[in-house]
Design a binder for this molecule. Sequence first.
Ligand code: NDP
Length: 337
Amino acid sequence: NKQIIFKSFIVGAPKVSDMELKVGSIKLQVPKGSGAVLVKNLYLSCDPYMRGRMREYYGSYIPPFVPGLPLEGFGVFRVIDSDHPDFLPDDLVTGITKWEEYSLINKTEGWRKILSTDVPISYHVGLFGMPGFTSYAGFYEVCSPKKGDFVFVSAASGAVGQLVGQLAKMHGCYVVGSAGSDQKVNLLKNKLGFDDAFNYEEEKDLDAALKRCFPDGIDIYFENVGGAMLDAVLLNMRDHGRIAVCGLVSQHSVSDISGTHNLINLITKKVRMQGFLMSDYLHLFPQFLHQISEYYKQGKIVYIEDMNEGLENAIDAFLGLFSGKNVGKQVIRVAYE
Ligand code: NDP
């Protein structure tokens, strides 16, 4: 049973040496009376929040990983054996699993059976999973969008950003995205339907880039990166604008996050800046699933995945999130069905 083991708590950016691929053994049978489920992992999701679980400090909304044990995260898996009444052999399920080929799991909280396979099943960790839901809850519940709003999305081609942009377009907004390569900018403009996009790595002056794209200012900023981008956006917000702070991926490994100079704009322009966790909106999950499935089936939205093959490539795939290597939602295929 191949596994990706978390080695020890980290400071700064995650590195290859913080994790390792190990081969362990596992009994392919669930102990009677354990209530556990044995699963074969098919797809594993790489998500930036996992970086937070690598630090020892636990003041966060989710506990740290345990050194010496496999990483954990969202996945899609097939039940092999079960002592749990709700999950039976052969069921296809999505939920939290471990980074290994086969997992014996005791905690099934939040697991959801996949009943229809008319969409790619890996989408259940992306478009129809946590990142897609974050886009939906963040855009509709936190951004207070109105038709005609000027919307800016950072990390716009990623798992969350790509859907935010498409929802904003369907809502009648003008949407611009930023991303870290020309390839991503091209996808934003030509595949994901953004009105405009720019490669922030090539802009000498982010304020000037935003003024070029939004001569009349920004009503909604869907914040995924933080740092210099947030500072430049603050200069370009319109009166009564909204900033939904979804993530600050540029700050995940930084201990000193001082350096946002333009916060005064929140006061002068009466801007609302609100952080959120998608987990506070889970009551909306059924409505999200229904709505996004409909949009997808009607061809109104598309979703870009970056699929890495095999657990052997899992560490690289995860680290790639922090250098922008992923183009779209980063997924690892552990096994074919
Ligand atoms: P992505 O798929 O967008 O992958 C991360 C991307 O972030 C990279 O591809 C890269 O894109 C960009 N990035 C990485 N490092 C930096 C940096 N130093 N500066 C600027 N950009 C950087 O990730 P997700 O869509 O899954 O997540 C986006 C954000 O949303 C994250 O901050 C995440 O933590 C947050 N999040 C929050 C949730 C919530 O409930 N609040 C739930 C889910 C996610 P590029 O090449 O464009 O720079």
